[in-house]
Design a binder for this molecule. Sequence first.
Ligand SMILES: Cc1cc2nc3c(=O)[nH]c(=O)nc-3n(C[C@H](O)[C@H](O)[C@H](O)COP(=O)(O)OP(=O)(O)OC[C@H]3O[C@@H](n4cnc5c(N)ncnc54)[C@H](O)[C@@H]3O)c2cc1C
Length: 380
Amino acid sequence: MDFAWSDENDAFRTKVSDFLDQNLPNDWQAIARHGPGSREQTEFSLSFCPQLAAAGFLVPHWPAEWGGADRPTWEHFILGEEMWAAGEPRGGQYMNVNWIGPVLMRYGSEEQKHRYLPPMAAGRAIWCQGFSEPGAGSDLASLRTKALRDGDDYIINGQKIWTSYAGLAETCFLLARTGEGRSGIAVFLVPMDTPGIEVRAIPSLIGHGDIHEVFFTDVRIPSSCRLGEEGEGWTIISYALANERVGIPRYEMSSRELDAMVAELKSRGGFGNAAIRTRAAEAAAACDAARMLVYRVVDERARGEPPGTAANLARVAVVEADHKVTDFGMDFLPDCYSGSDHAAFQAHHERAIVTGIAAGAAEIQLNLVARRHLDLPKGA
Ligand SMILES: Cc1cc2nc3c(=O)[nH]c(=O)nc-3n(C[C@H](O)[C@H](O)[C@H](O)COP(=O)(O)OP(=O)(O)OC[C@H]3O[C@@H](n4cnc5c(N)ncnc54)[C@H](O)[C@@H]3O)c2cc1C
């Protein structure tokens, strides 16, 4: 494969990285220590994303009609790589620009688009994604939260779990059941201050306030909150998830952490051993493989092709790269994972633990690769 960035792409990357160098505050590293999904980073995004928006670096790939600049898909991706390399200062708002906004543009009513897209493009909207439930994670289609029609309203009852950003979000992109099976699932855009919604933080190793349980008890919302038609929920989330799966270029963060680990080892005179160098090379190769597979998906998207199995392969490769880098650090720099001198390594390690679970378990992606890509029979 002959792959190279154009001069225009390189110039755009330099502009983004210069902007980050000049505008991230001095205490950014302390905020970034909490991780891209943290409450701290998401709160920070409410002041930083408006700056990105003003500089044209928040939604350049969106149509001008909705605050974008009709820039190519690849620029959006370069932007994502630079954000992740810097520790993701967009916090939870990366979801808005990557998939919630585009999904609303495709399936939303005019009223929904006018209500939700301008605040997203201005960098002032926090959303959460209400998909997983106790007993319905990998097997999402078995979700049980119900939306019962009552005149011109729906009444929602049920529970979501592991919901990121729910403690700060104004709106939930909620999946609920209006009937049986996959055709009985609908998407609702639910204001989080609607009476009957209760959010409880789940303490976890990645920090307090990162993930939540969300309870819905007789939550009454108007039918204008439904996105698309009643039977259309599964189609909408399939489209959304295809965008979400490669929307997080963690290989960029992993590859820069690996460089920092190698630099640390060199400064200690500890990078001469062939076994250590081989492991570093394997981790670097895994990051590059993930990058190339993700680029394949972006290329398909840029050509307007429908999402295929490349997205599943790419997601597995991203998880593997993350794990290889973190295993390298744990094996050869174990002392860096206690104390406070190497906060970035520690944050990377904590996130790598959950990377194969959040946004869909990696094993499920392997099942999809086996069936759709390798054509293996189900259950083989
Ligand atoms: C940090 C974090 C943030 C998250 N944020 C959100 C969020 O914002 N919104 C949201 O809706 N959800 C969120 N999730 C939930 C996430 O999407 C689910 O955890 C994930 O889909 C797995 O579902 P589960 O937890 O029910 O595990 P299960 O589906 O029960 O899986 C448990 C284990 O069994 C394996 N397994 C299950 N079925 C199979 C199979 N058929 N073949 C092989 N292996 C299988 C899985 O790979 C996994 O290792 C988040 C999770 C984490 C960790």
